[in-house]
Design a protein around this ligand. Structure first.
Ligand code: GCO
Ligand code: MG
Length: 398
């Protein structure tokens, strides 16, 4: 029996974004696994959950017993389904799947049922401070071969528009929901009238609207035939998705903020969304993700795993292994990498002409240079964009 000998959290920020990777070493010389545990805003807490709680729990356990380890670890602290521990457990889970693939001599997608497609279609982010600038950036994505593009105008909620604040207003990233909504409608009018209908367009509302405004916004967007509207509501208001469904056929995506099955179950079983946007490490890794794929298939829902800059290349590789082996794959978020990431990680899935491909190595196919990782220390800062405020200074869900 091959057992777990060591478990460590590797913290690194090659692109200036805090990443957490778990490395599991085994009793088999040279056999190790890597997993993504990236919760960028709470990387120190995740590292402690790994080193101080999971490591003593895991040392000496059979590396092959992934399900039993996942289930017992998840309840080892009795309280469960929290973001920090879910990410820590994800790093362990993905590393164990990596090891199982290496033992079997197979890429993880083969362990999940094999390929349904050679590559996964990907979307890229286009942004800009005006509808014309967004249009130019969408065209640039099309020239790179992308056929799916996420379109934002001032990242989330819009920015730099005129805001009348009260005296002595506190610091924050101010936005006006109505100005944001009107601007996005104008932006899509411009994009559809100048670029046309061949490109699939996505928009991420990032929970910036009140529920009733979100319903109206989704309805107004219907004529632009989006591929999907993402995060129309915050996780605390998921009951309002019923009203969105009653008022519009705009396809709906939700999930990057989810940690607890009680958040996604009503949306899936009620067929209230079309794409599940889970950040895989936020729910605990491959083990829960593969169960979610089957659940979504039963309800006609497709996958669109979260793939921003705050996922490590190990997590991106997991997304791609899940993408190519799921019959109900929808689309994969993919924004590419800066050169520095390649100084630390090798085997990153390659993207070409609007598709991303898993590498064919056993396991997840990623390795990392720990010495190089140490060259890029993480920084414990609160991202400014999380301090969203309405014009009167009221804090808003970011
Ligand atoms: C997306 C997400 C990200 C998140 C970020 C939070 O759709 O990619 O909304 O941009 O905001 O991952 O840290
Ligand atoms: Mg998003």
């Amino acid at each position: 029996m091959i057992i777990i000998r060591d478990v460590k959290a590797i913290l690194t920020a090659p692109e200036g974004i805090n990443l957490v990777v778990v490395k599991i070493e085994t009793s088999e010389p040279g056999l190790h696994g890597l997993g993504c545990a990236t919760f960028t805003q709470r990387y120190l807490t995740v590292a402690s959950a790994i080193e101080d709680h999971l490591k003593p729990f895991l040392i000496g356990k059979d590396v092959q017993r992934i399900e039993d380890i996942w289930q017992t670890a998840m309840v080892s602290g009795y309280w469960r389904n929290g973001p920090e521990f879910n990410n820590a457990l994800s790093g362990v889970d993905m590393a164990l799947w990596d090891i199982k693939g290496k033992i079997a001599g197979l890429p993880v997608y083969q362990l999940l049922g094999g390929k349904c497609r050679e590559g996964a279609a990907i979307y890229k982010h286009a942004d800009g401070n005006s509808k014309e600038e967004v249009g130019e950036n969408v065209r640039a994505c099309l020239e790179e071969g992308y056929r799916y593009v996420r379109c934002q105008m001032g990242l989330y909620g819009g920015r730099d528009h005129k805001i009348v604040k009260p005296d002595n207003a506190l610091d924050g990233v101010y936005y006006d929901p109505k100005v944001y909504m009107r601007g996005i409608i104008e932006m899509f009018e411009h994009l559809r009238s100048t670029i046309g209908w061949e490109v699939e367009l996505i928009h991420d509302s990032h929970e910036r609207l009140t529920p009733i405004d979100a319903v109206g916004f989704a309805k107004q967007l219907e004529k632009f035939q989006l591929f999907y509207l993402e995060d129309a509501l915050p996780p605390e208001q998921i009951e309002w998705f019923k009203l969105i469904r009653q008022h519009t056929t705009t396809p709906i995506a939700m999930g990057e903020l989810f940690n607890n099955p009680n958040e996604w179950m009503p949306l899936i079983s009620g067929r209230l969304i079309d794409y599940i946007r889970i950040h895989v490490s936020q729910i605990g890794g491959i083990t829960p993700a593969q169960k979610m794929i089957s659940l979504c298939e039963a309800y006609g829902i497709r996958t669109a795993w979260h793939g921003p800059g705050d996922v490590s290349p190990v997590g991106h590789a997991v997304n791609v292994h899940l993408d190519v082996s799921s019959i109900n794959f929808g689309i994969q978020e993919w924004n590419g990498f800066k050169d520095e990431i390649h100084e630390v990680f090798s085997g990153i899935p390659e993207s070409r002409n609007g598709y991303v491909y898993p590498n064919e190595k056993p396991g997840l196919g990623i390795d990392m240079d720990e010495k190089m990782a140490a060259k890029f220390p993480c920084e414990n800062v609160v991202p400014a964009w999380t301090l969203a405020r309405l014009p009167d200074g009221t804090s808003a869900r970011p």
